[in-house]
Write a protein that binds this ligand. Structure first.
Ligand code: UD1
Ligand code: MG
Length: 457
């Protein structure tokens, strides 16, 4: 059967105290609603419907690259009314209702729920909580069959004693939903069209209500304020840390790691405290990452060492390299085996050949360095003339003395040597020496300036 997923995201989220719609607040570097969209996509949904309302334009803009249909709920008249806004676009198969502010729901939990659905059955995800206050409660008959949901505000004392709660997540056929939604009424304490009322309708017509539970309650936790969001963030990060450790990664402290994207590690990788990984990052076997590094969209070759406080973005390290501490590798940095980048070095769109070294205090951008090139401290590629970027080419085994300015476009030949303190704006031939600096003079009989005696007044 085809699958439509309806994601409710029209609520205001007042308690976030933010200009940004609640569902756009990020968890692990990604808006909450995108977590839900990605999970639904992973389920193999045929169509995704996002019901928007408060901050609807912002939500729509932020999801412009997603293949989802938007349904506008201009006025928030309840969860049943919200789902009704998406009805027009639904197909003939199964329908799953999810929430843009319940970001950690797992695909496996939902797949199991959907397996229960057919023409005679619908499925409801419930959770048993120590403190069920505020939630809809699951009413069961004497045989234990779920027969209704009563909202906290509408519940009697006896009903409020029920610990089994509605997560809000449910699945049914589109046909069932088309039958039930028009029958909803807003005759309740909140004056809303409750989606939850479909349970009693289903039970009333003899449709079985299958119930399932998530592996952990955190999966079905919704976010109403920044405290809850932070709690879910920690739960998510701890799960990432546990996955990595299970796969053989040594984490100095599982509570001090943040993965905002996808981190893939080989064997015997070591990660010290306070590191942040963003986008797609791959650490090969035996990589060691020192404390407080930020690594984004990068591939790190086997046995490489990234020392403390280094920032790598869009970098590729082919093999064993040493980076940092305090290095910044920007997009397009590509290192062959054995290349080394030391402290206070910035690189951008720069290729380093095997065993090339930039050990200290340099900027190398828009450049190609051959093998065994040595760049002295304080060397700068002057790649920008104020209007355009230009390229610097440095041949194999060239030696660039400290504090050299390489004014691009410029080519330094293989095995060439540049004297320290040079400003190089002409090509240097292979094997040649270039020195471009003021000559040193010496005066043997030079009188040192003397301090003027203080005048008395
Ligand atoms: C709802 C359930 C309750 C359940 C709880 C779980 C109903 C009537 N009640 O209650 O049984 O225990 O969730 O958290 O369904 N939304 C819209 N449009 C609306 C109303 C809501 O898009 O008109 C969205 C909200 O943005 C939110 C979600 O639906 O993401 C839930 O709405 P909310 O008002 O928070 O429901 P609860 O009262 O918590
Ligand atoms: Mg409500």
């Amino acid at each position: 059967m085809a699958l439509d997923v309806v994601i409710l995201a029209a609520g205001q989220g007042t308690r976030m105290r933010s200009e940004k719609p609640k569902v756009l607040h990020s968890l692990a570097g990604k808006p909450m609603v995108r977590h839900v969209i990605d999970t639904a996509t992973g389920l193999g949904a045929d169509r995704l419907h996002v019901v928007i309302g408060h901050g609807g334009d912002q939500v729509r803009d932020s999801l412009a690259d997603c293949s989802v249909q938007f349904a506008l709920q201009a006025e928030q008249k309840g969860t049943g009314h919200a789902v009704a806004q998406a009805m027009e676009g639904l197909g003939e198969g199964k329908v799953l209702v999810l929430y843009g502010d319940v970001p950690l729901i797992r695909r496996e939990t939902l797949a199991a729920l959907l397996d229960e659905v057919n023409d005679q059955r619908m499925a409801l995800l419930t959770v048993t909580l120590d403190d069920p206050a505020g939630y809809g409660r699951i009413k069961r008959d004497t045989e234990g069959r779920a027969v209704a949901i009563v909202e906290h505000k509408d519940a009697s004392e006896a009903e409020r004693a029920i610990a089994e709660c509605n997560t809000g997540i449910m699945a049914m056929t589109a046909e069932q939903l088309r039958r039930w939604l028009p029958q909803l009424s807003a005759d309740n304490v909140q004056g809303e069209y409750y989606l939850t009322d479909v349970i009693a309708m289903a039970a009333g017509e003899g449709t079985v209500i299958a119930t399932a539970q998530p592996a952990t309650p955190v999966e079905v936790e919704g976010v109403n304020n920044r405290l809850q969001l932070a709690r879910l963030e920690r739960a998510y990060q701890l799960a990432q840390a546990e996955r990595l450790m299970t796969e053989g990664v040594a984490l100095a402290d599982p509570a001090r790691l943040d993965v905002r994207g996808h981190l893939q590690c080989g064997r015997d990788v070591e990660i010290d405290v306070g590191c942040v990984f963003e986008g797609d990052v791959e650490l090969s076997d035996g990589v060691r990452v020192g404390p407080y590094c930020v690594i984004r969209n990068s591939r790190i070759g086997a046995a490489s060492v990234i020392e403390a406080h280094s920032v790598l973005d869009g970098a590729v390290l082919e093999g064993k390299s040493q980076i940092g501490p305090f290095a910044r590798l920007r997009p397009g940095t590509h290192l062959a085996q054995g290349a080394k980048i030391g402290n206070f070095v910035e690189t951008k769109n720069a290729t380093l050949g095997e065993d090339a070294k930039i050990n200290h205090l340099s900027y190398v951008g828009d450049a190609r360095l051959g093998r065994e090139v040595n760049i002295g401290a304080g060397t700068i590629t002057c790649n920008y003339d104020g209007a355009n970027k230009h390229f610097t080419e440095i041949g194999n085994r060239a030696f660039i003395g400290s504090n050299t300015a390489l004014v691009a476009p410029v080519t330094i030949g293989e095995g060439a040597t540049v004297g320290a303190g040079s400003t190089i704006n002409k090509n240097v031939d292979a094997g040649a020496l270039a020195v471009a600096r003021g000559r040193q003079i010496g005066k043997s009989d030079w009188p040192r300036p003397q301090k003027t005696p203080k005048q008395e007044h």
